[in-house]
Design a binder for this molecule. Sequence first.
Ligand code: NAD
Length: 476
Amino acid sequence: MKMQIGGKAVEACSHEFSDIINPATGELIDRVPRGTEEDAEMAVEAAWSAFSDWASTSPQQRAGILYRAAGIVRERKDELAVLLTREQGKPLTEAKNEIEGFANVLEYYCGLASSFHGGFIPIHQSGYAFTVKKPLGVCSAIIPWNMPALIMAWKISPALITGNTLVLKPASSTPLTNLTLSSILSEAGLPAGVLNIVTGPGEVVGESLIKNRKVKRISFTGETGTGKRVAELAASGMKKVTLELGGSDPMLVCDDANLEAAVAGALRGRFYNCGQTCTAVKRLFVFESVADEFIKKLEAGIRNLRVGNGLHENVDMGPLNNRRQWEYIKELVAEVEEKEEGRIVTGGRVPEGGDYSKGYFFGPTLVVDVSEESRLLNEEVFGPVLPVVRVKDLDEAIEKANNTCYGLGASIWTKNIDRARIGCERLNAGIIWLNQHLKVAPEVPFGGTRDSGIGKENGPDALSEYLELKTVMLKT
Ligand code: NAD
């Protein structure tokens, strides 16, 4: 596939390509241009040229195009889901949910098309003021590989509905679904240059998109380390920025929790998308008094998970997305064994037999009684490994849960309203779930605190991130 700049499918100026590999089989799926700084610049120019016409369309006209695109995406859902599974690795059912999610997000923002406008402010005895909301201009979006379709929707929808133009850089291992979705938007009537996609390395294309003086806003999702680099570059150019970064979400299971529901929540919360979800359950704290029973049920649930190629039937968990991630997870678990930092109850290795040897598979892993120094509790574990720690009560659970630099999500499982309230008040996180984990919706603001990021996506407030508020004061 080629990049999309100014409404045209183009190769990179370097004439170089990167291979896109199926993480379940190791097979080459496609090749995409290895973009350069020059390509990023061309894309910004295309977005710049398209801005004035696009900004002067009405929000309702823009919504008409996004609605049409959402309709085409729904019609082509099965084919898009297969593409997403092939490049990302997730099971087909999860891929279908994600494609459906892309269409839902587009439609949600179409519904907000009439909601953003300035206001009138009377000023006592001296006149009045009014405010005007204008699109910013060219924005850039840089996204990761774990949920490429959904995160694309979170970024392009508020940007486009408010009249901005955009250059998006996909992750290097998952550009194909993004490119196909972009061509669907063109088919739905999005004018040339309004959305441009440049593939290529983050350090080259990504940084170039941030540094370009014509780019007014950067919306970044990725690792905290990369986010800090993005923040530095954005600050020196005085650019607006949203950073959606890593997390190490705690799940707190109290002794009065519905244990069956908590086990189901932990299984989904940790192993969905092979553990590669920013708000996955990455540390689990369970009250001692129910820990043995809970761990036994959890172990049984994990042993039932079927690992395999996401395109095959009855697969609960696919491979990790890329070699780097796979090597990292193998290294972490080997270290736990070597340093005796916890007891591996199940998993802990690459599954044997079948076609596992061809992909980046790792068995769903449960590690209990994990020691405080373990990297499992101190780094973002972006893979199918669940560390469990026993705690005596809620105070200890909250103290341990907050002992991290991250603050993305957290969940508390209890039937007791006071415990729920205390958890909501004291847990440091941008999103708190009660008796559930992982659920997100376009209507709900999403984003972390501390090293998990700056700013929110989703919900009506996300629109103001893409609008400049101008105040006009009149004397009477
Ligand atoms: P990453 O930081 O390695 O890459 C993210 C994107 O940034 C990619 O497109 C990459 O090419 C680009 N990039 C890399 N270096 C860059 C640079 N110097 N300048 C500009 N762009 C650069 O992250 P990843 O491994 O792709 O994704 C996994 C991470 O994303 C995890 O930490 C996960 O928690 C996080 N994530 C966060 C959220 C959220 O909403 N908070 C959602 C999904 C994923």
